[in-house]
Design a protein. Sequence first.
Length: 331
Amino acid sequence: MNEPLRWGILGTGRIARKFAGQLRQTNRAALIAVGSRSRESARHFAEELGVRAAYASYAALVADPQIDAVYVSVPNALHCRWATAALDAGKHVLCEKPLAADAAEAEAMFAAAEAAGRVLVEAFMYRCHPAVERILHMVHEGAVGRLKLIRTHFTFNRPDDEADVRYQPQLAGGSLMDVGCYCVHFARALAAAEPIAVHAFAQLHRSGVDEYAAGTLQFDGGVLSNFTCGMTVEADRTTFICGSDGYLSVNNPWISDGTFHLFKADGRETIVQKATLAPHALEAERFAAVVQDGAPAFVSKVDSLGNMKVLDELRRQVGLLPSKGASGRSE
């Protein structure tokens, strides 16, 4: 049996803490170090979660020869720099979503992974849940008939604080990047295709990021998807996947409780597909399988690049990235 992957975590925020706490549920991971730009933050994180080493810089963690894999949980605009640094140092990398600040950075990250001979996977943890895997299988096998409409929602109500990285345009914040990326990702997976057209509208925050947004994706074959996302909006997170013969209702697929419903003309079926581990532990196990067993990545290079390209276009349309000229180049 393989030894556990020895993990280092870059960043000490809320998601990093969840990842660190849930790693204890799997015997395929061992957390040995955390890195922060603040010595005090790293020390508190290490003491709270029982981590062996606390580094006062990201560079020091990346240089630790005892680390096999790095979980990158820093602001979006720093993903490319520090994931690339970890890959160049011989580490495998699990990088929080969205993978990068734009598609060009994502391309550079995968080039670095290939040059280093290391694994790079985007951390869309929801894709590791067995309920989500079953939903995708059912839809692709025709459980709702011919797929026609997808409606996804991911909003939350966070304090309006410009000190929060999500409200900082220079760090690639905003609702499309923070949670809209999930909606786009799931719709593309359900349609099993890239959209042929996308449209977006957004309410911009005074800081310059999108505070909440709505969008549509059009796929070949008559599949349409709409989504809403936001950082200051109270709403449910139900996804509806609708076809010619019925529809699926999924309450919060992003953090699934393992239960969803299939509605058809003859009634409703409740389907239960529970997970045996917490979401980040599932993700760590799947990542270990990619690194140690040669399993396919649960989010592939093609998938990550496709998602970033859609996000780039959505953000262009709401004025967050430069528009493209007639040549196709950004102006």
